[in-house]
Design a binder for this molecule. Sequence first.
Ligand code: ASP
Length: 332
Amino acid sequence: MCRKKVQNNPAGMSSNEVNGVGVIPVVLVHGGAWAIPDDLVEDSKAGVQNAARAGYRTLEEAGGTALDAVVAAVCVLEDDPAFDAGTGSVLNEEGEVEMDSVVMEGRELKAGSIACVKNIKNPVKLARLVLEKTDHTMLVGEGANKFAKAMGMDEVPMSTLINAKAMEDFQNFKKFRKVVDHCFHSRSSGHDTVGAVAVDRHGNVACATSTGGISAKMVGRVGDSPIIGSGAYCDNASGAASTTGHGESIVKVTLARQVLYNMQNGDNAQQAAERAISYMSSRVNGSGGTIAVSKTGDIGISFSTERMAWAWAKSGSMHFGINPEEDFTVTS
Ligand code: ASP
């Protein structure tokens, strides 16, 4: 398993409190766990740093909440064609973009998600509208698009969401009829789902995940990403997690909830993330990755794929990486 060594406090105890009166805000993002090809590495690393910076500014400079921060971070990733979410989404077997997203906040466990939506530039914003403006937690397909329209959200032409990489994947699929399960071991198929977790200075946590899914998926296929507890989960009582990887495996073990369950049982965020990824591997032979933050701001990053792009911003500094054991630092 690939994992990232993160320095939580030396005693191994979560301690992000400032004199017992607050929590040091942190935003942690990922750009998908898979065999990211070399030619995408630099764009992926830049993209996750931009997103973590945007999320952190929303928290620290704009006085936003953890929920505001994860949505801001994920919007940056959705707008970046290097990732499989929003612009840059992969295509289904009929050559169309169908996107899924979820957001959740940890104070009241309010959640909103959407699946199989088309022609939406920022699906995470639509998921947030489900959370804020409806009595429901999930809208799919036509209903979700109808709701977007009712909320005044503009539809964009599908062609504006499709980039050359997604098109090439689709052409390969048509040519070779690749099996989607092979995607996570293949260098040619992109599926860089994106996600973010954050904790604000009041100790509120939030999470968000967004994806175009898996290349050449069946029409109507919904993976783990928009499923509360699988693609993301959070609770102020323990922390927040966002996941990525083989959706059909992640759903079977409700991976994000697993991470929180591990934290509830005494793991710090890193241990919780590693244990959840190992469990998915041993239980259903699934590969993927997760990012997690505890309610006190400890960081957890773990992946069993070749690579996963991640970045986090806290107290004016930024950490990021993409290969196992990597941890670069810059001032944010
Ligand atoms: N989990 C996503 C899905 O199965 C894919 C990914 O994380 O890259 O839809």
